[in-house]
Design a protein around this ligand. Structure first.
Ligand code: TYD
Length: 210
């Protein structure tokens, strides 16, 4: 099973992915946990460029193609081989992030991005996508607190520095994608304790798995 996790900054994806991994392990399923950008060697180089807050000059289209290059390599090198070997794959962000951030956020043409996604992934769609939905104000406060804890200057991403309006559009974009594909998406309310949110994530995945 191929499950992706999406949401605005600070929506708690990595915490929930860790909990899902543990839950699957308790069922005897050792999932591969990975992320975009940065789930392979090429992706790590691209991630460094993409998230460096000093790169204020990046053109939106140049940025787009770096996310797509990361995705194409990561699918070919990591995700497909794992799925072919029968493993579950849990991926922190996937093409929905490109449509939400570069499309709804930056303003690139959404339908064109959907088509480019099919090209980058070779048509590999997730079986289920957990959208951790949260008001961006709450997520950004969490994300900035986390950045401060690890040293803001190097780790503050380019996106976390953008205005609230941008993150509002990203959130709405994700919700629109979820409305378009209700069979794939589960929209999970991401406020509350990690355990409370996980109970909702698990219920959603159980429903998808059955
Ligand atoms: P990351 O540190 O993984 O953010 P988070 O912890 O919030 O998931 O950084 C990924 C950043 O890149 C995040 O701000 C969203 C952005 N992004 C895009 O703009 N487009 C994409 O296709 C992807 C995968 C991520």
């Amino acid at each position: 099973m191929f499950v992706t996790f999406e949401g605005v900054e600070g929506s708690g994806k990595s915490t929930q992915i860790g909990l899902v991994r543990q839950w699957l392990a308790s069922l005897g399923r050792e999932a591969l946990v990975t992320r975009q950008p940065g789930g392979c060697a090429l992706g790590l180089e691209l991630r460094r460029i993409l998230l460096d807050a000093r790169n204020t000059h990046l053109d939106s289209t140049a940025e787009l193609f770096m996310y797509l290059a990361d995705r194409a390599q990561h699918v070919a090198e990591v995700i497909r081989p794992a799925l072919d070997a029968g493993r579950d794959v849990l991926c922190d962000r996937y093409h929905d992030s490109t449509v939400a951030y570069q499309g709804f956020g930056r303003g690139l043409d959404v339908e064109r991005l959907v088509a480019l996604g099919r090209m980058a992934t070779g048509g590999l769609a997730p079986h289920a996508t957990i959208l951790l939905d949260l008001p961006p104000e709450t997520g950004l406060t969490r994300a900035r607190g986390r950045n401060q804890a690890v040293g803001a200057s190097q780790s503050e991403g380019r996106f976390e520095a953008l205005e609230l309006d941008f993150h509002q559009r990203v959130r709405e974009g994700f919700l629109e994608l979820a409305r378009r594909e209700p069979g794939r998406f589960a929209v999970v309310h991401a406020a509350g304790s990690p355990e409370d949110v996980f109970a909702r994530v698990r219920a959603a995945l159980e429903a998808h798995l059955s």
